[in-house]
Design a binder for this molecule. Structure first.
Ligand code: DX5
Ligand code: ZN
Length: 231
């Protein structure tokens, strides 16, 4: 297994929205490699968050790439809008009622718009369902909680799914990131990295930590020490 770069992506959903600009600057000063922006439409998930204008404003105050997680039922309608916000990575889910052909069309359009396409699976969706999509993505996001809310408990039963996807990525000879999202902290970052994850969304465990930099450094160090190892 080729060792990919370990990256952290603090989830803005966990920040203090009354002080959004300060919170973004705090994440950047704490060494965030990416900034994870969760867009929810109240349809695909039972919650709503923020939208495109907020992403555009965040892009206006930082060069850190924006990692946009579309927890929405029709993300394919908003690809050009996302490009115009300055998003760098666009993740869509694979169980939004589209065929694989339609998902591939959306992923190709994300790339044509100059952004990195990524596909995500909810906890109940099996690893194999994304295998045909791997040639069209730069990242797979394995949800480690049911999407919709921050602050939930990490689901350890997702570890074999991460390992199965990493194995298939290697079999296809691709250079694809595996991102994990939901309840990630220093302890489980090591276990998910051992299974093959290399991009870590950290919400509650970063923005709500007493020392955000120490929290992100801790996740990164634990993941770097454990990637691809038998723990
Ligand atoms: C959950 C979101 C996550 C969430 C992560 O549906 O996709 O990005 O904000 O937050 P924590 O790390 O608190 O689980
Ligand atoms: Zn997310």
């Amino acid at each position: 297994m080729k060792d990919p770069k370990i990256l952290t992506s603090p989830s803005i959903l966990a920040c203090d929205f009354l002080h959004l600009e300060d919170e973004i600057r705090r994440a950047v000063a704490s060494g965030a490699d990416l900034l994870h922006a969760d867009v929810m439409d109240g349809m695909f998930v039972p919650n709503m968050s923020f939208g495109f204008d907020v992403i555009r404003l965040i892009h206006g105050i930082t060069d850190v790439p924006l990692d946009v997680h579309m927890m929405t039922s029709a993300p394919q309608k908003y690809i050009e809008v996302l490009r115009d916000t300055g998003a760098a990575i666009v993740t869509i889910h694979n169980d939004i009622g589209l065929s694989d052909e339609e998902l591939i069309e959306a992923l190709k359009k994300i790339r044509e718009c100059g952004m990195k396409p990524a596909i995500s699976l909810r906890p109940k969706i099996p690893a194999e369902s994304v295998f045909p999509l791997l040639p069209y993505v730069d990242m797979v996001l394995v949800m480690t909680v049911e999407p919709g809310f921050g602050g939930q408990k990490f689901m350890a039963d997702m570890l074999p799914k991460i390992a199965a996807i990493r194995k298939e990525i290697d079999r296809q000879g691709r250079d694809i990131d595996i991102q994990v999202d939901g309840g990630i902290n220093e302890e489980n970052a090591a276990r998910t990295a051992a299974a093959g994850a290399n991009v870590f969304v950290v919400g509650t465990a970063s923005f709500r930590a007493p020392d955000m930099k120490a929290a992100l450094d801790g996740v990164k160090a634990a993941a770097e020490a454990s990637f691809g190892k038998d723990l």
